[in-house]
Design a protein around this ligand. Structure first.
Ligand SMILES: *Cc1c(COP(=O)(O)O)cnc(C)c1O
Length: 393
């Protein structure tokens, strides 16, 4: 291992002997699927974020699907959501036969613009039933304004919180302020169970519906009321549900990750601070805003293209040559063949989204990334920028 030359990945899961032991413990217990570990993980997670209900699922995509279903979204309904997100956010709307209505992002961040949201709500005259904001990169959306609009126009709110665990806010941790929120434990997210997610809500009815629908629509509680003395093999199917439950192996790993979540967040914050001060005097990039609620899942820099002779794609290639991994979050959904053709969209329909996409690069950030590595990334960015600086006439 040589921190001065080794490839620096853009993300890396942080797992150790604790996660290994937890998985082994469950495997040896003989109970592998949803059981006591899932129950404990849910309880601990709910306490951590300060919500009434936390329901473990096998992916955030599954959680978003379940949440929209529980909110009553159906065929013909419209759901307002950003184009600037991963396809999971929007595909779940289509699962239910509803349609996404894309909203452009705001100037100062990568998040949905509340003002543009209101314009979209008004122009669709009462057909929008829910809003599905995404806390991009871990930066919280302006939820106060989004909540006010939801109240004014009687909309449900589902937060795609895949990036935003944990965020310490004035309410403690991020929890959810909408009707429901969904976190992801995918391999490159801030805590991981390999694959997995958590749906949080303070609404008893949503929690009830989700707990039934995540496991085949089986309502054991209802059944128990009538047959409390019956055997455990008896159950009642009350809906055509899904198979979205989390395994105990995943939950046991998640419980260990949860114990480390605060430390992971401190590590990420320290890296973000080091980047922000190291990059602050460079005129050809803009670093992300730092003052706001953030989990620092992603650190997204923005190239100021007028200052450079190369574009974003070439900049990424140059970073790769210097051993630095990057990613782009995200190729806007409105430019994807499926959505573009289905809704006859064009790139310029969401100007801020299109502009940001073309100059954004996600640079490495993960717990355990060393100061040397962070400095290498900063120097590489500086050097590439100097090499390809546009000269003034
Ligand atoms: C990762 C991600 C998801 C999906 O999470 P999975 O757990 O992989 O299903 C949804 N939305 C966003 C914004 C994501 O980044």
């Amino acid at each position: 291992m040589n921190p001065n030359t080794d490839f620096i990945p853009f993300a890396k899961p942080s797992t150790g002997v604790e996660e290994e032991n937890a998985a082994v413990r469950v495997i040896r217990s003989g109970w592998l699927t949803s059981g006591i570990e899932v129950k404990q993980f849910e309880k601990e997670f709910a306490e951590f974020v300060g919500v009434k209900h936390a329901l473990a699922i096998n992916s955030a995509t599954a959680g978003l699907h379940l949440a929209l279903e529980a909110l009553g979204i159906q065929k013909g309904d419209l759901v307002a959501t950003p184009s600037y997100t991963f396809t999971a956010t929007s595909e779940v709307i289509r699962y239910l036969g509803a349609d996404p209505v894309f909203v452009d992002i705001e100037k100062g961040s990568w998040n949905m613009d509340p003002q543009k949201l209101e314009e979209v709500i008004i122009s669709h005259k009462g057909k929008i039933k829910a809003v599905l904001p995404v806390h991009m990169g871990g930066q919280h959306c302006r939820m106060n304004e989004i909540c006010a609009l939801a109240e004014k126009y009687d909309l449900k709110i589902l937060e795609d919180a895949a990036h935003s665990f944990p965020v310490d806010t004035d309410r403690g941790y991020s929890g959810t302020i909408g009707d429901a929120g969904v976190y992801s434990f995918y391999a490159n997210k801030t805590i991981t169970t390999g694959e997995g997610g958590m749906l949080v809500t303070n609404n008893d009815e949503i929690a009830k519906r989700v707990s039934i629908m995540r496991l085949h629509g089986i309502d054991r509680d209802v059944w128990n009321r009538y047959t409390s003395s019956e055997g455990s093999w008896k159950y009642a199917v009350v809906a055509a549900g899904f198979k979205y439950n989390m395994t105990d192996i995943a939950a046991a790993i998640g419980r260990e990750q949860l114990k480390k979540a605060q430390r992971f967040l401190s590590d990420r914050k320290a890296i973000a601070d080091q980047y922000s001060s190291g990059l602050s005097h460079i005129d050809f990039i803009q670093s992300p805003p730092t003052a706001v609620y953030h989990s620092w899942h992603l650190y997204i820099i923005r190239l100021i293209e007028e200052k450079l002779t190369i574009g974003r794609d070439r900049f990424i290639e140059e970073l790769k040559k210097l051993g630095i991994g990057t990613s782009v979050h995200y190729i806007p959904l409105h430019t994807m063949p499926y959505y573009r053709e289905l809704y006859s969209l064009k790139e310029s329909d969401f100007p801020e989204t299109w502009e940001k996409y073309n100059c954004s690069i996600s640079i490495p950030i993960f717990p355990g990334m060393s100061e040397t590595q962070v400095n290498r990334v900063i120097s590489a960015i500086k050097n590439i920028g100097e090499q390809f600086r546009r000269s003034h006439i």
